[in-house]
Design a protein around this ligand. Sequence first.
Ligand code: C5P
Length: 328
Amino acid sequence: MTAAPSTTVPSTTTPADGAPVVARAHAKINLALRVGAARPDGYHPLVSVFEAIDLAETVTAHPRPAGTPLTCAVAEDSPYGAGLGTGADNLLVRAGEAVAAAMRAHGREPGSAHLVVRKEIPVAAGLAGGSADAVAALLACDALWGAGLGREDLHELARGLGADVPFALDGGVAIGVDRGDRLTAVVPAPGTAHHWVLAVSGRGLSTPAVFRHLDARGDAPATPAAADDLAAALRGSGGPCHPVDLAPLLVNDLTEPALDLRPDLGDTFAAAERAGALATLLCGSGPTIAALCLDRPHAESVASVLRGAEVASDVLVVRGPVTGAALV
Ligand code: C5P
C-alpha cells in the first residue's frame, strides 16, 4: 500500500464512529472511441478519448459491524436504477470487497458497510454509470474504514473492476489505451467547456453484445486508429478548441455495430441532426446519443426540439469536462 495520499483524490480520513461517508463520481462520453480486433483474452485494444460530464452517482457508505456482509441498495429518489440487481455481483459490492481485500492483504481488518447509490446516470447507456458507482464505492469504503489507499492502489483496484473504472477515478479528459484503462491525462486549453444534449434510450444495450457484433462484422483493424488530432485540438494552441472545430473530430467505431443491433437509433441520430446539433456521437457502446452544441442556450434549444421529436425516453443537457471522483 502506498503511504502518500493522491494528489487528485482527496486524502482519506477515518470518520467519527457511526458517521456515513459520501462520495461522488461522474459519467463519461468518449469523444473518440477507436477499436481494434479482439485480442485472445476477448478484450479489444482501444484508443479512447474520455471526457467526464456533470452527471454523477452519489454513494453513501453506512458503517456496519466488521464481519457482517457488505450490502447495497438504490436510493428511492434515484432518477435511474429501479430494478437494478443489488446482489454480490453489483459493482458497488465488488468495489467494497476490493477495498476490504486490499486491507486484509496488509494485515488489517476492514469494517463492513451498507452502500446506497443515488443514480443520476442512466443504466446500460454507454455512460459508465456502473464504473462511477464502483469508484464512488472505492473512495467511500476507503474513507469509512480508514484504509488510507493511495492513488496507485485505487487505480489498481479500479482496473480490476472494469475497463472504464480508472477514468471515473481521474475525470477531466484523458486518452486510454490497451483496454482503455491505461490513461494519460489530456489537459484541455483553459476555458474549455463542451455542451451536450444526451438522448437516452428507454432500453439499455449490452456492451459485450456490441463488441461481439463488431467481431462478427470482421471489419475492425488489428490495431485501433489514433486520436492524435483530437488530443491536439483539445490541448489547443492559443485558446480553447471551438465546438465547430471539435465537431468533425468526434468518432466512435462502435456506431455501425450498435446501429445493426438497434436500427431505431438511426431515427435518434437523424432527429438530433435536424434539431441543429453541430455533431452527433454514440456514447461508448450506446445506446445514448450525444449531440454537441455551441453553448448552453443552443443545447437547451436542441434539447427542446429533441423532446418534441419523441425519439428518446429522456433528453438531458450536460457539460464537460468535469473533475474526477471525490468525497463529498
Ligand atoms: O471491463 P468491463 O467489464 O467494463 O467490460 C465490459 C465488456 O466490454 C467486456 O466483457 C467486453 O465484452 C467488452 N470490452 C471489450 N474491450 C474493451 C473493453 C470492454 O471487449 N477494451
